[in-house]
Ligand binder design. Sequence first.
Ligand SMILES: NC(=O)c1ccc[n+]([C@@H]2O[C@H](COP(=O)([O-])OP(=O)(O)OC[C@H]3O[C@@H](n4cnc5c(N)ncnc54)[C@H](OP(=O)(O)O)[C@@H]3O)[C@@H](O)[C@H]2O)c1
Length: 252
Amino acid sequence: MNKFSLKDKTILITGASSGIGRSCSVECSKSGASLILIARNEEELQKTLSLLAADTKAETIIADITQTENLEELIAEKVTTLGKISGFIHCAGIEKTLPLKKHNAQLYADIFAVNVISGFEIAKILSLKKYKNEISSFVFISSVAGMVGEIGKAAYSASKGAVVSGARSLAMELSRSGIRVNSVSPAMVNTPILEKMFENIGEDAAEEILKKHPLGIGQPEDVANACIFLLSDASKWITGSNMVVDGGYSAH
Ligand SMILES: NC(=O)c1ccc[n+]([C@@H]2O[C@H](COP(=O)([O-])OP(=O)(O)OC[C@H]3O[C@@H](n4cnc5c(N)ncnc54)[C@H](OP(=O)(O)O)[C@@H]3O)[C@@H](O)[C@H]2O)c1
């Protein structure tokens, strides 16, 4: 038996319409998982569906995850169709690189709403017996920005630090329910979020960042592969950890 396989597992993934979340969806499908995919952009989610391994069972939820009122109802409906979930990847995220003087309470609130609160609210729903299998694994996508200081990232870094520390506490609380909880901290990965950031900071700053990655910038699959390991039975003794997937960025 391949312990790295996700066969017979249903995985719920936020941020599935783009970048790392799309890659997690595709790679999880290749590893045999059924999928519940969440994002707001229906067209882009359809594109993700078109990239999944043939015969993958997949359902989509078109929703803004910060509007949590009817999220449980939407998830319950998909669990009825696909079966109880064995895994969750919270990959939805927003990033803003702005000088501190341009930060305000609304910016912090908007970033925390997507990157932190919605992920933990979905984890709360999925931790209920009626929605999860006996053994489950939750993975939160954080960032090296949660560990290493970066100019212009006060709100974003704070949100990513919160993801790591919150996930660690969830690991303690949910272990008795058979749920492992870990985070993954990537450095720069080639996705639309990175393109936007590079546009904002200019060529020289972008060049500086690239130089700090001994193995170059990452591809979305590099992060997806770490998630697959943490969702699979091969990682059954790993909980409360933060897996750094950064091409050597934080080793400086
Ligand atoms: N790329 C990097 O270099 C990098 C590095 C470290 C960490 N990360 C983290 O990795 C994660 C994925 O990043 P990415 O680069 O793949 O970003 P991306 O390509 O911009 O994708 C972001 C995803 O989040 C979803 N999303 C955002 N707000 C949402 C909302 N209110 N409701 C539902 N979905 C929402 C978007 O879907 P819709 O717009 O369709 O709703 C999209 O699928 C993020 O948490 C990011 O912070 C990325």
